[in-house]
Design a protein around this ligand. Sequence first.
Ligand SMILES: *Cc1c(COP(=O)(O)O)cnc(C)c1O
Length: 449
Amino acid sequence: MTYHSHLDKTISADFGDALLASLAPDGGLWMPDSLPFYTPMQTAELAAMNFWECAAELAEHFTDNAIEKDKLRALCKDAYNFDVPLKTLKGANLDVAMAESNDEYILELFHGPTLAFKDFAARFMGRSASELMKSSGQTRTILVATSGDTGGAVGDAFLGQDGIKVVILYPEGGVSKVQEQQLCTIGDVNSNVSAVSLQGSFDDCQQLVKDAFANQELAKKHNLMSANSINVGRVIPQSFYYFWTSLQIKAAHPGVPIVYSIPSGNLGNLTGGVIAKKMGAPIDRFVVGNNVNDPFVDYLKDGEYIPRASVPTLSNAMDIGRPNNFPRILDLMDKDFEAVSSLCWGASFSDQETERHLRRVFAETGYIMCPHTAVGHLAMNEFSKDVERPFIKVTVATAHPAKFADSVERIIGQEVPLPEALSKAMQKEKRVTKLEPNLSALSDYLDTL
Ligand SMILES: *Cc1c(COP(=O)(O)O)cnc(C)c1O
């Protein structure tokens, strides 16, 4: 199997080139030429596996012999060494006996090392890129702009990987306190991951990364690589958890339709879900929750897509006015608006509605959601109002609430306990370089690494 540019099917690449080049030469997004389809008999086998084993089976199709099967299994086992729990709102783990009477789950995707769902894709991508580079003998510098979660996940995923340096650019004062501490404490002094706090906005960070890639001399000198969700390697692994968890739910609720609600920004997570469904995952529909940055929810109403400048909100990882992966959704659905709008249902919410909901869920159940998850859960509630037949609700929890302790504690009026990974990071000394947002400053800095 190979990959093609979404703009031109005749431009193709194998897995390694698609992963390392990030974008096709015509500026298009890489798309897999084909997706496997697993029959119900085959999915029963996958359902019986551990998550990492199921991931390795699915990944085999996408990596297409670039990584040997044994290595791929070892890679998935190592990448996915954490839980993928389905919880009820009372916080209990999925238990098949009690599941029969339960029609609502929270899929917690924040048990990886950086406590956000981005670990799933970043850890797979980091390990595959490193594996591919071993055979090529190349070294690379990954430049990643972050508004919070991506930088941590990518830095952690590539930490200690041979032949790779990671430079994380974040806007000074533009990420939460916990996120900043996390970004600046990845590894030790000798670590291959460095954090740069840029005297500018997130848009400045993104622009600087684009400028660096556009400067051929600089890009070549440092063998620059991108690790944001335009990279197909950041999207494919996000299909694995939809596939595996929907099979677990189906086993507990045979014959009942399953609907996932996804708090969305760049639509990478949704793209993973749509890929899983196309591979045969028993998922009926997707609910998409947006904050006020809602070009996709608007599109679902009438088929008109109007990208716009983003505005800051409480759920900052979803402050995206031009979702990177919108073209991928269209491509997967053959550019058919009817097909997209019957598969996806969307709603958007203000910060005020999100706060009220987060507070109410906590008061009623004791469950603490991060602001992004609260948007997804609100969307699911809204969707449910018009549905009469029984169905299983699964809200995707994208980050641990402690990552947004500043706002969550203010909203619920109570402390959010820090998980161990975070409390360790909070005690470490920050390593960070301050830079002005211009290319010559960045270029000088890269020379020192
Ligand atoms: C990145 C992120 C999102 C948005 O995911 P997309 O794939 O960009 O749609 C939602 N919640 C959290 C916590 C995130 O870090």
